[in-house]
Write a protein that binds this ligand. Structure first.
Ligand SMILES: Cc1cc2nc3c(=O)[nH]c(=O)nc-3n(C[C@H](O)[C@H](O)[C@H](O)COP(=O)(O)OP(=O)(O)OC[C@H]3O[C@@H](n4cnc5c(N)ncnc54)[C@H](O)[C@@H]3O)c2cc1C
Length: 350
C-alpha cells in the first residue's frame, strides 16, 4: 500500500492532523494501539484563561479562535453534537481576589471571556461567600465520542491499524519510508505521553503529568455551569459532574489511586455541601514539555519523520492549531513559531 502519510498515535493530536490530511485530500494510514477510551481527552474543556492568575494561557486566544470552527466542522461532518458551551464560575476566595478579577477582566483579550461584575448568587449546596467570577465563551468538547466516531470512519475506509508501531520495522530511505507493507513519504508521530519510547524523538524533554478525575452524581444539584475552586466541577448533564484534576509527576501508571481520590474529595467538600456518589474514575497522562509549549517539527536528521506533541493541559484548543502549523510546515515549508519548534531543543540531540 502506498500513502502520502502515516500517522502514529490517535489522540487529539493525531485526530487533528488526520483531519488536516482529509481536508487536503491526502492519503494516509493511522496506527494506534489504545483500546481504552477512558484514558483519552479526559476533561475535554476549552478554556483559554488561567484561573489561578486570571491571565490568558500562551497563544490560547488565537488557538481558541481556530479550535471552535474546527470542531464545528466536525459536527457537520459527523452530524453529531460535540461542542457543549457552558459558563465557568470561579469561586473567589477574598476581597483581594474580587478586585483582581475586576482589574483583569478589563484587559484586552480577557474582555472576550471574563464578565467584570462579581456574581453573588445563592446556589443551594455551594459555598461561595465572596461570590463568583464568571467566564463565558468556554465549554467542553465531547472528545472521546469524537475520537470514537472518527476512528470508526477511518476503520471502515481501511485507514486504521490497531497495533503498537514497531520502530525497528521502519526503513528510512532518502525519498521514502517503508513500514511493513506500507510505503509513504512522510510519517508523523503524535504519541502523547509515550514520546519517551520513540527512539527518534525521545531526546525531547517531556515531563509527563498523571491526572486523575472523579465522575460524581449529585442528585440535588442541577447547575449547567462549571465551578472552579481548587478543583473543577464540570457539568456532564443529568446531575453528573467530572471533578478534577490531580497532578502527579512521578507515577506514570494508568491505575486509580486512593490518594488522588482523597485529595479530590477533600477539595470538593470545601465548596460542595450536598451528598454525592462517586460513580467512575478517569485517568490520563498529560504530555507536558519543560517550557510548557507544544512540540512540533521535523527530525533533525530524518526530515520525513515529524513529531506533533506537547499538548499539555489544554489539548482541546492546542491540537487543531498545531496540526495546521505542522501540515503547512511539511507541505509548504511554512516556518513554525520558534517557541513551538523542536529546533529549540536541538542541543539535546546527540
Ligand atoms: C486528568 C486530565 C484532565 C484533562 N483535562 C483537559 C481539559 O479539560 N481540556 C483540555 O484541553 N485538555 C485536558 N487534558 C489534557 C489532554 O487530555 C491532553 O492534552 C491530550 O489528550 C493529549 O493528546 P495527544 O493526542 O497528544 O495524546 P494521547 O491522547 O495520549 O494520544 C496518543 C495516542 O497514541 C498512542 N500511541 C502512543 N505510542 C504509540 C505507538 N508506538 N504505536 C501506536 N500507538 C501509540 C496512544 O496509545 C494514544 O492512543 C487533561 C489531561 C488529564 C490527564
Amino acid at each position: 500500500m502506498k500513502v502520502d502519510y502515516i500517522v502514529v498515535g490517535f489522540g487529539l493530536a493525531g485526530m487533528a492532523f488526520t483531519e488536516e490530511l482529509e481536508r487536503a485530500n491526502k492519503s494516509f494510514v493511522v496506527i494506534d494501539d489504545n483500546p481504552n477510551r477512558e484514558t483519552r481527552v479526559v476533561g475535554g474543556m476549552y478554556n483559554p484563561i488561567i484561573l489561578k492568575r486570571f491571565t490568558p494561557a500562551w497563544k490560547a486566544h488565537e488557538m481558541w479562535r481556530q479550535a471552535l470552527p474546527f470542531y464545528k466542522e466536525l459536527e457537520t461532518k459527523f452530524k453529531k453534537k460535540y461542542i457543549y458551551p457552558f459558563e465557568i464560575r470561579r469561586i473567589l476566595q477574598s476581597v483581594e481576589e474580587q478586585n483582581n478579577w475586576v482589574v483583569a477582566s478589563d484587559k484586552s483579550v480577557m474582555t472576550e471571556y471574563m464578565i467584570p461584575q462579581i456574581i453573588h448568587e445563592d446556589i443551594k449546596g455551594i459555598k461561595a461567600p465572596f461570590g463568583y467570577g464568571q467566564l463565558e465563551n468556554v465549554g467542553r468538547i465531547a472528545g472521546e465520542q469524537l475520537l470514537d466516531d472518527y476512528k470508526e470512519r477511518i476503520k471502515k475506509n481501511n485507514q486504521f491499524i490497531r497495533e503498537s508501531f514497531e520502530y525497528d520495522r521502519l526503513i528510512i530511505e532518502k525519498d521514502r519510508l517503508l513500514y511493513k507493507d506500507i510505503e509513504t513519504s512522510q510519517l508523523v508521530f503524535s504519541e502523547g505521553s509515550y514520546l519517551h519510547k520513540n527512539p527518534f524523538f525521545k531526546y525531547l524533554p517531556m515531563r509527563e503529568a498523571k491526572g486523575e478525575m472523579l465522575l460524581i452524581e449529585v442528585p440535588d444539584l442541577s447547575i449547567d455551569f462549571a465551578v472552579k475552586s481548587s478543583v473543577f466541577m464540570i457539568p456532564f448533564g443529568k446531575h453528573i459532574f467530572v471533578v478534577g484534576a490531580t497532578y502527579n509527576w512521578e507515577d506514570k501508571s494508568f491505575t486509580q489511586t486512593e490518594k488522588a481520590k482523597d485529595e479530590l474529595e477533600n477539595k470538593l467538600k470545601r465548596f460542595l455541601q450536598l451528598p454525592y456518589k462517586v460513580i467512575a474514575y478517569k485517568i490520563g497522562i498529560r504530555p507536558t514539555i519543560k517550557d510548557r509549549r507544544p512540540l512540533l517539527g521535523k527530525h533533525p536528521k530524518y526530515p520525513n519523520l515529524a513529531v506533533l506533541n506537547g499538548l499539555g493541559t489544554r489539548g482541546v484548543i492546542i491540537a487543531p492549531f498545531i496540526a495546521k502549523e505542522l501540515f503547512n510546515h511539511i507541505e509548504n515549508d511554512k516556518p513554525i513559531y520558534k517557541e513551538m519548534d523542536i529546533k529549540r531543543f536541538e542541543n539535546l540531540y546527540a
